[in-house]
Write a protein that binds this ligand. Structure first.
Ligand code: GLN
Length: 193
């Protein structure tokens, strides 16, 4: 299966390695035509303002929106921000998921942390999650079909799914745990087009 990784900025290489580890072919996406023939797409962590600006510059915003109407897209950290409809400030967004997200919700780089999460749909025990200047989901529209997949101990929402769109506030690509990448590939296999 060919899975794209948006490769404008951020830790796209780590996602490519994870995809290869779970038996998928990773394709770097920098221009609209790179989306052709892909089954799914990952938007990596990085800096959402930079990813947004570059996506606008390379005329990727509309093609990405179009792609996401048909095929699974997963955003991690900055990718989650880029997928959200509302982040309470102006910056280029795909605006595809009915979630409200607070950027840098835990403070600065120094406030980065790790936590063991129970994630709905992920078997085999807690998932060790790495949060780096992470966003937090502050609101989900359940009527629009957004499901909460994981919360921190204090209730903060850090993983959500809306149909074939997936968003995580943390970075599974920075661990050796491939379960979320496998979960995403399963979404891609099951998704109705
Ligand atoms: N703080 C970054 C942003 O606002 C996200 C950080 C990350 O992707 N690790 O875009």
């Amino acid at each position: 299966m060919k899975v794209g990784v948006l490769a404008l900025q951020g830790d796209f290489l780590e996602h490519e390695k994870m995809l290869n580890a779970v038996g998928a072919e990773a394709v770097e996406v920098r221009l609209p035509e790179h989306l052709n023939g892909l089954e799914a797409l990952i938007i990596p962590g990085g800096e959402s303002t930079t990813i947004g600006k570059l996506a606008s510059k390379y005329r990727l915003v509309e093609p990405l929106r179009e792609f996401a109407t048909q095929k699974p897209v997963w955003g991690t950290c900055a990718g989650m921000i880029f997928l959200a409809k509302d982040i309470g400030r102006e910056q280029p967004l795909l605006g595809l998921m009915d979630i409200k997200v607070n950027r840098n919700a835990f403070g600065r780089q120094i406030n980065s942390f790790e936590a063991d999460l129970d994630i709905q749909g992920i078997e085999g025990g807690p998932f060790h999650a790495v949060f780096i200047r992470a966003p937090l989901v502050t609101q989900v529209d359940a009527n629009a079909g957004v499901e909460v997949l994981a919360r921190l101990d204090d209730g903060g929402i850090v993983a959500v799914r809306q149909g074939h769109l997936l968003a995580t506030a943390f970075h599974p690509e920075l661990t050796s745990d491939t379960r979320l990448h496998e979960y995403f590939l399963k979404l891609a296999t099951l998704s109705v087009r």
